[in-house]
Design a protein around this ligand. Structure first.
Ligand code: ZN
Length: 156
């Protein structure tokens, strides 16, 4: 077992960067911006997370994944804190997270309304197909130029 006192907070951030988001596994929970802070207090690690939206069912999974992810490195004394305010916004997605979303064919979230353009061909001719995509955080849209359906990450 690793003594928490031998580990830096930076190291824990690195471990958390390898914990994927359960809904969009191409980005980590750090890139998603749900991890607000990491603090080592005495022998335990306190991780503060902010849900992408209240009642997001993925949060229970994220909490478990954090515990499992850190336990792999011998860190078992983990306290998870949920912080609701300020609320998570899509601004907290990292540059890397946004780029990976685009690679994955998911339109990056916009402040107002729907996606700015098709993630595949960048056409602005897009229309919403369904309010709900493959998970509650996503809506399904379609590009009327390349005719490809795509997920729009709507959690804000
Ligand atoms: Zn397109």
């Amino acid at each position: 077992m690793t003594a928490v006192s031998d580990i830096s907070e930076a190291q824990i951030w690195t471990y958390l960067e390898s914990v994927p988001d359960p809904e969009i596994p191409v980005i980590s929970i750090v890139d998603l911006g749900v991890v607000r802070s990491v603090e080592i207090t005495g022998k335990s690690v306190e991780v503060t997370i902010t849900p992408t939206y209240s009642g997001c069912p993925a949060m229970a999974v994220i909490a478990m994944d954090i515990e499992t992810g850190l336990a792999k490195h011998g860190i078992t004394d983990v306290h998870l804190k949920t912080q609701i305010a300020p609320p998570w916004t899509t601004d907290w997605l990292s540059e890397k997270g946004l780029a990976r979303l685009a690679d994955y064919g998911i339109a990056a979230p916009q402040k107002a309304g729907g996606p700015a353009c098709c993630p595949r061909c960048q056409s602005k001719a897009v229309e919403r197909v369904s309010q709900f995509g493959s998970t509650p955080c996503k809506a399904q849209w379609r590009c009327t130029d390349c005719l490809e359906p795509f997920d729009y990450f709507k959690c804000i």
